[in-house]
Design a protein around this ligand. Sequence first.
Ligand code: APR
Ligand code: PHB
Length: 455
Amino acid sequence: MRLGEGAGCDGAVRRCDGPVRRCDGLAFHRTLAPDPRSFALDLRTADRSVIRVKTQVGIVGAGPAGLLLGHLLHLNGIDSVIVDNRSRAYVTDRVRAGVLEQGTVDLLNAMGVGARLQRLGLRHEGLYVSFRGRRHRINLADLTDGKAITVYGQNEVVHDLIDARSATTRPLHFEAKDVSVGALESSSPALRFRHGDTEHEVHCDFIAGCDGFHGICRPSIPAGVLNVYERVYPFGWLGILAEAPPSCDELVYTLHERGFALFSMRSPTITRLYLQVPPDEPIERWPDEAIWREMLTRMTTSDGWSPTMGRIIQKGVTPMRSFVAAPMRHGRLFLAGDAAHIVPPTGAKGLNLAASDVLVLARALKAYYERGSTEWLDEYSDLCLRRVWKAQRFSWWMTSTLHRSPDENAFDHQRQIADLDYLTSSRAAMASLAEQYVGLPAEVSFESAGLSVRR
Ligand code: APR
Ligand code: PHB
């Protein structure tokens, strides 16, 4: 990167308005970033260049958590730098979950990034639970005063948020190498990374660790600070995308004698299906014909319903775990999303929890910059964890009720069937599932995070 330039989206170059101070070969630049509190210092030696930038919030990770936070901060006039170690194509193409709670849809709309979601998202007002060969519908909207879920791939959410970030011209760096964070307990924590021969040093007021379960932020917290709560399940999900029109308008969660199966979709032409398999199952053991045979065996119901088959265009196996690291803060580092907690995918809560974390964080940062108040920053972890633990409980319950466990006995299986029988025959039980599935209320209002509510 040349003197007089700053990094824009996707490594693109953003011009600076020239040096404001020079001494001994150092150029001190004020950038054209939308927030005047950002500035860059470019130190150049013969063989390497170091760019020093000051920002308000350094965000590690351009997944849903990092991008949502960046945009919420932008809407409140708070500057940030977002850094991801993967490529833009990787984060937008990676197939992940696809169920948005009502509150997540409302949040994206209130943030002004919901146009494609409104056009392409598939709103579902119900879902099916299938066991003993029969499907039972749970009417989500009826049981929750009209709330619903929307099927819209996580990669599509990321796509929309990257477009929104690009439009702001605030920095978003992909393919960053050797990302690290430091000085977390000081008033100016640092975010460092490298692009080619250029070292970047971002001096921040705060750092948001939005870098997922395998990121570097959580491990940067000194040993002994975090309490970790974890459950690893003795099964995983084999997931496929198939070129086949969905044969049902809503999701079907199935418990079969041979294990769990899930019918979902991505669009009117793409079906998404999952199968319970051993956690370390090599995908090579599953040729396409074997996948279809097993899907149809588990999912076909006595009324003749089954998923429509089609060409498999993507397949993979994901292990399953429940994980919480608490507190979600150390010094000026705040963890959000998968960096702090993982849920098994059965309740479809992962992305939605990331969204509720960053709403709470955005509110707290807004209060800090507007009023100098640290009260909500101090409450951040406790407030998030209340919702996180309820989602953990729900996801654990969905998982243990719908999967066959290698260490279960006949009693356990009969209890599962009774659980599902109760669920599908009691309005109270269905209402409880519906309330949690469409999403429990956020811990803070949209208004407190600077959003006006548009529904
Ligand atoms: N440096 C920079 N970025 C990193 C690093 C690192 N060392 N490690 C990981 N990242 C990036 C990843 O490339 C990814 O783009 O952080 C991002 C984390 O995104 P996600 O894993 O998607 O996590 P999060 O944003 O918390 O989203 C919540 O919901 O459906 C669930 O688990 C699913 O990802 C999903 C999550
Ligand atoms: C998905 O469509 O990917 C999906 C749907 C529901 C879940 C998990 C994943 O519970």
